[in-house]
Design a protein around this ligand. Sequence first.
Ligand SMILES: Cc1cc2nc3c(=O)[nH]c(=O)nc-3n(C[C@H](O)[C@H](O)[C@H](O)COP(=O)(O)O)c2cc1C
Length: 174
Amino acid sequence: MRKLKILITYYSGTGNTEKIAYAIKESITGHDVDLFPVKQVDSTILSSYDIVFLGSGIYGFAINRKITSLIKKTLDLPSKFVYFYTHESSNPWPDAFKSIRGILEKNNCEVLGEFECCGENLKATEEQRQAAMKNLPPEKKKEMNEHYKMVKGRPNDEDLENAKKFAQLIIKKL
Ligand SMILES: Cc1cc2nc3c(=O)[nH]c(=O)nc-3n(C[C@H](O)[C@H](O)[C@H](O)COP(=O)(O)O)c2cc1C
């Protein structure tokens, strides 16, 4: 297999998605892999890559707009993309990258896969969490407390291992 040129770029406000980005980089061997936070990426470099991994946390139900604007600004898009994102909710966000879906479709870009996992919201204080649950019925409160416990410290080692396996599978399939 020829050596691929791969870019991993991401927005990460509190470091969760960045951990996934580094795990993905670590798992890909035998190819040229660059990793840059999205603010360091100039849109003109994208076309020099065979595959671009795009990552973000979920903020207000969507990926960060710096990712969207990078794709909007890029005149010559690479043909293959992979998405990864972290979120605090119990459910994944299948529409997380919908802000760029149309552009990629119009340019016949292929999305090879999508990785998601939970990431603790490190900006939320215990007081804010309790206040958000204050008026909930006891059952719902219990459910949310359990969810917060489950999300604490994530992405954890298992999430990072899963991200590595995911990336290896994507590359193997090419
Ligand atoms: C301002 C803000 C808004 C958020 N909105 C959502 C949301 O809509 N849905 C969700 O599941 N998580 C939400 N979260 C949680 C983050 O998606 C989650 O903690 C993610 O792992 C953060 O990634 P990062 O550390 O790479 O920034 C939000 C976090 C912040 C700080």
